[in-house]
Design a protein around this ligand. Structure first.
Ligand SMILES: *Cc1c(COP(=O)(O)O)cnc(C)c1O
Length: 344
C-alpha cells in the first residue's frame, strides 16, 4: 500500500473532551466544524455524544445536515454562520439552531421559520461575526421575545492569556448579556484555559479535543506514517528534487516518501522540517512535491518501511511550526488520500 496512514485515536478525543469538561463547572459542547477539524464527523461525533456532549457546533448549515445524519435526533446542532439565504429548508429538516448574527438574519429567520429555535451571536470585539452592541440593544427585546436558546460570543486572543483583549471582551459580553436569563457561551479551547470567569453556562472547545494547542495537556490524537517508496545514494555535490534546491554536502542516503502538498503537506514545510523514526529526527530536504517528499536518512543504519511525520515524537503543532502555521491548519488540510484508521 502506498498511501500514508493517518491514525486517529478516538480514545484520546474522548479523554480530551472529559479533561476540558472537568476544568469547568458548566456544560461542555463540542465544535466539529470542517468535518471535525479534518478527522471525520462520522467517527468523531458519536464518540463525543457517548461522552455526554449534547450541544454541537458547525460552521455552516450544510455541515449541520451532515452531522444530523450522524447524530440522529436529540443533540442540538448550532450553526455559527446563522441563517443565510437558502438555508431555511436545511435548518428546518435537520432541526438546526442558527446563531443569528444580524437584524437581517433575525427577520429572515422569523419570517421563514416562525417558532423555529435559534441562538444569538454577539460581537464583543473580534469584529468577525455577531451583532454589535448598538444593534443588539435595539433588537434585544424583540429577539428575547422569540426565546433564543443560547447567546454566544467569541474571543479573539484567548490563546494569549495575558492579552488585554480577553478582559475587554469579557466585560463587553457581560454588559451585553447580564440579567437576560438565556444560557451564555464565550469560551472555546483557549477561553476554557482562562478560568471560570470565562466559562458562563457552556464552553465550545474544538482544537483541544483534537490534541492541539493551546490545550497543552491534550492527549495526542493524530499519527501520520508515510511509506518510503525508494531509497538512493546521492553523492557529494549532486542535487535532489525540483529546482535542485538541495545539494548533498556529503555522500547521502535519500528516502522518497509517498505524501506531498496534495495531501496537505504544504510546500512551506520544506525548510527545516523533520520526520522521525523511533524518535530520531530526519530532515526533509529539497522541495515538497505534489505527491512526494525527500528525506535525508543517512543517519539510519536501516531504512524502515514508513517514516513518521506526526505522532508521539512530533506533535501537530510542531509540524505546524515547521511551516509557519498553526495546528488547526495542519489538521484541516490533512489530505483525502490518506488511509484513515480509527483507534478505539
Ligand atoms: C472554531 C470556533 C470555536 C472552537 O475554537 P477552538 O479554538 O478550536 O477551540 C468556538 N467558537 C467559534 C465561534 C468558532 O468559530
Amino acid at each position: 500500500m502506498t498511501t500514508a496512514t493517518l491514525s486517529i485515536d478516538l480514545n484520546a478525543v474522548a479523554a480530551n473532551w472529559q479533561a476540558l469538561n472537568e476544568m469547568t463547572g458548566c456544560e461542555t459542547g463540542a465544535v466539529i466544524k470542517a468535518n471535525a477539524y479534518g478527522l471525520g464527523i462520522d467517527r468523531v461525533a458519536p464518540v463525543l455524544a457517548a461522552q455526554g456532549a449534547r450541544k454541537f457546533f458547525v460552521a455552516v448549515a450544510e455541515e449541520g445536515v451532515a452531522l444530523r445524519r450522524v447524530l440522529g435526533p436529540g443533540p442540538a446542532i448550532n450553526v455559527f454562520a446563522g441563517h443565510m439565504p437558502g438555508d431555511a429548508d436545511m435548518i428546518r429538516s435537520a432541526a438546526l439552531t442558527p446563531m443569528i448574527n444580524s437584524v437581517d438574519q433575525l427577520i429572515a429567520h422569523v419570517e421563514t421559520l416562525p417558532g423555529h429555535r435559534f441562538g444569538i451571536q454577539l460581537n464583543s470585539g473580534m469584529n468577525r461575526l455577531g451583532m454589535d452592541p448598538a444593534e443588539w440593544s435595539a433588537l434585544r427585546d424583540i429577539a428575547l421575545a422569540q426565546n433564543p436558546t443560547l447567546i454566544i460570543s467569541h474571543l479573539a486572543c484567548a490563546d494569549e492569556p495575558n492579552h488585554p483583549m480577553n478582559a475587554r471582551q469579557l466585560k463587553t459580553f457581560h454588559d451585553m448579556t447580564d440579567g437576560l436569563n438565556v444560557p451564555r457561551s464565550l469560551a472555546a479551547t483557549g477561553g476554557i484555559l482562562l478560568g471560570r470567569d470565562y466559562h458562563f453556562d457552556m464552553t465550545r472547545p474544538g482544537i483541544g479535543l483534537y490534541g492541539g494547542l493551546p490545550f497543552m495537556d491534550a492527549q495526542p490524537v493524530v499519527t501520520l506514517d508515510v511509506p518510503v517508496i525508494q531509497v538512493r545514494e546521492v553523492s557529494t555535490g549532486h542535487p535532489v528534487g525540483y529546482g535542485c534546491a538541495w545539494t548533498a554536502p556529503r555522500p547521502s542516503q535519500v528516502a522518497t516518501i509517498a505524501a506531498g502538498y496534495a495531501d496537505g503537506l504544504i510546500r512551506a514545510l520544506g525548510n527545516g522540517a523533520t520526520l522521525t523514526h523511533e524518535g530520531r529526527r530526519l530532515p526533509v530536504i529539497g522541495r515538497v512535491s505534489m505527491d512526494l517528499i525527500t528525506v535525508d536518512v543517512t543517519s539510519l543504519a536501516e531504512v524502515p518501511e514508513h517514516l513518521q511525520l506526526i505522532g508521539g515524537h512530533q506533535s501537530v503543532d510542531t509540524v505546524a511550526g515547521f511551516a509557519g502555521t498553526i495546528g488547526y491548519e495542519v489538521l484541516t488540510a490533512l489530505g483525502a488520500r490518506y488511509d484513515r484508521v480509527y483507534v478505539e
